[in-house]
Design a protein around this ligand. Structure first.
Ligand code: ADP
Length: 171
């Protein structure tokens, strides 16, 4: 499938219309990819995020990209893994779906995601990759503007998990 790509790299350096931030519900920055995005985008991102007064898990909010190469940043808090019986799969799917819907509404053609919830939030990697790939592929069938989605994986293990999942679905 041409329209879903998997690469290893740093999402803050990725050139596309919108990058997605694996945020927390305060939207006020944090560690991991969230911290990296805030550092790279500059302090104006913090000011922009303040205006939202937070965001519920699985929903998404959009800001400009500020100093990033990407035009927009879409902020979505993924679920914290609590064993899998607290609605985590649906919430993770919502994060991908709502981010894509927002990107599509803003006319974005190219969108990049980090591996939402598989860092500090401890979502099991293989399960998260399955949900991400399934949700993205389903959305692409109804997208009006989005034509290419890239999973930007920071480390080799994450890259391998998403790569395996895409190949599993489209050998
Ligand atoms: P969460 O709280 O949703 O688990 P984390 O930021 O802790 O979010 O981790 C999510 C994923 O983002 C992890 O795979 C982590 O390695 C990755 N990550 C960290 N920094 C970057 C970056 N600059 N670009 C892309 N991915 C990153």
């Amino acid at each position: 499938m041409e329209q879903l790509k998997v690469i290893q790299g740093d999402i803050t350096k990725f050139q596309c219309d919108a990058i997605v931030n694996a945020a927390n519900t305060t939207l006020m920055g944090g560690g991991g990819v969230d911290g990296a995005i805030h550092r790279a985008a500059g302090p104006a991102l913090y000011t922009a995020c303040e205006k939202f007064h937070g965001c519920p898990t699985g929903e998404a909010r959009i800001t400009r990209g500020f100093n990033l190469p990407a035009r927009y940043i879409i902020h979505t808090p993924g679920p914290i893994w609590r064993g899998g019986h607290s609605g985590e799969p649906q919430l993770l799917a919502n994060s991908y779906h709502n981010s894509l819907q927002l990107a599509d509404r803003y006319g974005c053609q190219t969108v990049a995601f980090p591996s939402i919830s598989t860092g500090v939030y401890a979502y099991p990697l293989e399960q998260a990759a399955a949900i991400a790939v399934q949700t993205i592929e389903k959305f692409m069938l109804e997208a009006r503007n989005v034509r290419e989605v890239t999973m930007v994986c920071f480390d080799a293990k994450t890259f391998q998990a998403y790569q395996d999942r895409v190949e599993y679905r489209f050998p």
